[in-house]
Design a protein around this ligand. Structure first.
Ligand code: AMO
Length: 429
């Protein structure tokens, strides 16, 4: 029986191990047969290493299809190869599972494949160091977010994804049969996270949300990952400070500790952010007017308008104080100007990454706002009752994590940073 346990990862091999026996598990990337011996490159999750294969193992190495998984043992020795300081002189070469050719894509990345083909073979695509780097960065970013929010006294929660009524109004809602009733997939944790401030004060959730969004763009998915926070006794500018700190922390962590992965991912721009500009909606429409785009207070900013704005503001910026009528029913108005809301989006150029604001905490106001927006307050009664239990004033935001990763890893399509993206055309694999 083959021992499937390894002693080292490829990136642990170095001068310090010369003369020692090691056992490495990975997949065959390259084989160069030069007669009595063969040079074999195997790769594992950490990187590649060179093997010198001799004797009967030469035939085994040559005949094993590339990308097959193998485990090898041997002694570490100095290497003459320019890419590898050391190599392993193999004494055991065991093939664990053969790769069946032709493979749908070339995971070495030498032959580039279209995104759709890569997504159809996503598991294999993850052997491509560029793709793998994106998902290592994605994981590193989540750690920073969790650490940052915990240090601000937020606790992590999980709210239902199967719900009985809309959290964000009726549009874009996936519905299904739920034991003779109607069930829906949550569009966001909005109502739950607000209720939770009642007893838990500050909460965050990182989870999947669903939008029946018939959009064919590089930034919309039907299932996306959102980082949501909600905090009692904070106003909207306070939670803007929190998202600003969080984004800066993620950027700093990537720059300081993940330079190689950023390079592999192809992030061309070196982002450096210490403060994020805050623009009001009115400032934006003034700027747009100067650029020939005439908008009235209350008009939504179209994709074209945001793209124009993104030309002059091509990094991160907040767009705040939106007209109240453009915002969801739960958003609070400004006390000194009720046509304007205590709301904001965090943009990266034209792309919206975050939206949030101060919430209404007065149940009567919430009832009348629901009605104003054409929603039926009676279908929100369960939510509204919590407001009668002493709801504190609160604020929060939702951050599209896939979009943030798209920006920070330098990808042009959100599908590149999601393992198994879901959109109108794709529900498998
Ligand atoms: P909103 O609907 O603006 O706000 O969503 C918040 C953020 O989620 C991301 N996002 C998406 N990402 C990919 N595909 C989609 N279809 C998609 N839809 C949204 C965006 C967006 O900025 N409850 C509020 C948030 C709050 O106020 O706390 C909400 O859901 O990056």
């Amino acid at each position: 029986m083959t021992d499937i346990k390894r002693t080292h990862y490829a990136d642990e091999l170095g001068d310090g191990l010369i003369g020692q026996q090691v056992r490495i598990g990975g997949w065959i990337e390259d084989v160069r047969d030069i007669g009595k011996l063969a040079f074999v490159t195997i790769r594992d999750v950490s990187g590649a290493c060179q093997l010198i294969v001799t004797g009967d193992n030469v035939q085994v190495a040559i005949q094993t299809p590339r990308q097959s998984s193998v485990i090898v043992s041997g002694a570490v020795q100095k290497s003459k190869a320019k890419d590898f300081p050391v190599e392993v002189k193999v004494t055991e070469f065991s093939v664990l599972t053969k790769a069946v050719h032709p493979l749908p894509i070339d995971p070495t990345g030498r032959v580039e494949s279209a995104l759709d083909k890569r997504l159809d073979a996503r598991a294999l695509d993850l052997r491509n160091p560029k793709t793998a780097a994106i998902f290592h960065l994605r994981s590193a970013g989540l750690k920073v977010i969790r650490d940052t929010l915990r240090s601000e006294r937020f606790i992590e929660v999980s709210t239902p994804k199967i719900i009985g009524s809309a959290s964000e109004g009726g549009a874009n809602l996936f519905g299904f049969d739920y034991f003779k009733r109607k069930g829906y997939l949550a569009q966001s944790p909005q109502l739950y996270k607000e209720q939770l401030t009642l007893g838990l004060d500050r909460v965050f959730e990182i989870g999947p949300y669903f939008r029946a969004e018939n959009s064919h763009t590089v930034r919309h998915l039907t299932e996306f990952t959102s980082v949501d926070i909600e905090a009692a006794f904070l106003d909207y500018e306070d939670v803007m400070d929190i998202v600003e700190k969080l984004v800066i922390n993620v950027i700093n962590e990537f720059q300081q500790n993940h330079g190689r992965q950023l390079e592999l991912a192809g992030a061309k721009e070196k982002l450096s952010v210490s403060k994020i500009e805050r623009l009001t909606y009115e400032q934006c429409i003034d700027e747009l007017a100067k650029q020939g785009e005439s908008l009235q207070f209350g008009d939504d900013l179209s994709d074209a308008a945001l793209r124009k704005l993104g030309e002059t503001h091509n990094g991160f910026y907040f767009l705040m104080d939106w007209p109240l009528k453009l915002k969801p029913f739960y958003i609070h108005e400004k006390e000194d100007n009720p046509k304007v809301s205590k709301s904001f989006d965090l943009q990266f150029g034209y792309l919206e990454l975050v939206s949030g604001g101060r919430r209404l905490h007065d149940p009567e106001k919430l009832r009348s706002r629901l009605a104003e927006q054409g929603l039926d307050p009676s279908s929100f009664e369960e939510h509204l009752q919590a407001f009668g239990w002493g709801m504190p004033p609160h604020s929060g935001w939702g951050l599209g994590y896939d979009r943030l990763m798209m920006v920070l890893t330098g990808q042009q399509n959100v599908r590149d940073v999601v393992l198994y993206p879901r959109d109108t055309d794709r529900i498998t694999p």
